[in-house]
Design a protein around this ligand. Structure first.
Ligand SMILES: [Mg+2]
Length: 241
């Protein structure tokens, strides 16, 4: 009798700030709208934008504000901290500019290496992302992710009718991709959405850490922490996940 072959774990990736980084398009939009501002520390600006962006996203999920109000609030609140006051229209212009830059994003070479290796290891690959379906699909297309992910292995919260960390969206992903929860690893940057959601669903979780994101890797519920793409690549090469 043949010994049972080792099955490598399935890998499900978050999209934003995991498969690609929002820092560069955010700063490009900032400079396009407000000019060069050498006095403003870029990493601090982006980190604040993510913290405030998450808070306003939570308010929208709770039904307290709509998409337009969320976009105005996250931009106006962030910029105020750096001494820039914007009207609602100016905030929305920044948001449109940012959205345009987001559609020009490219994968980092290290992420291409990770995805190629994961595929060569015979892993099931998926994407589980919170956001509006059309917008997320445009980014997925710009990134060329169809090379590794088929459309039926991509689940977006708007089409699912549930968002991470709701266990319902993790169950839908399992059904869609034929996943065994214990043999599935979620890779993401968000503690509340990705890591706590995956753990509640019985998956393993890897927190992908970037120096310019508001994260606290010393206090994460993740099984493993990967510092930048190089850390994730090392975990895959060593088959620790
Ligand atoms: Mg993310």
């Amino acid at each position: 009798m043949q010994p049972k072959e080792h099955q490598p774990s399935a890998l499900v990736f978050d999209l934003d700030d995991t498969l690609y980084q929002r820092r560069d398009p955010y700063l490009a939009a900032f400079h396009a709208c407000f000019g060069e501002r050498p006095e403003i520390p870029e990493d601090a600006l982006f980190r604040k934008s993510r913290l405030i962006g998450n808070e306003e996203y939570e308010r929208r999920i709770r039904g307290e504000i709509d998409m337009r109000q969320m976009e105005i609030a996250r931009t106006a609140r962030t910029l105020t901290l750096f001494g820039i006051t914007v009207s609602d229209e100016e905030a929305l212009t920044f948001e449109r500019t940012y959205a345009a830059f987001l559609e020009k994003v490219r994968l980092r070479p290290a992420m291409i290496q990770i995805l190629d290796l994961a595929k060569s290891q015979g892993r099931v690959l998926g994407i589980l992302t919170n956001g509006p379906t059309a917008r997320q699909l445009r980014k997925i297309e710009a990134l060329g992710l169809s090379r590794w992910f088929s459309r039926d292995h991509i689940l977006i919260s708007q089409e699912a009718g549930a968002s991470k960390p709701d266990p319902a969206i993790f169950r839908m992903m399992e059904t869609r991709c034929g996943l065994d929860p214990a043999g599935t690893v979620l890779v993401g940057d968000g503690e509340e959405t990705d890591i706590l959601g995956a753990k509640a669903a019985g998956w393993r979780a890897v927190l992908l850490v970037q120096p310019f994101l508001p994260q606290n890797p010393a206090d994460t519920a993740a099984d493993l922490v990967a510092v930048e793409e190089a850390g994730l690549l090392a975990l895959l090469q060593a088959e620790k996940i």
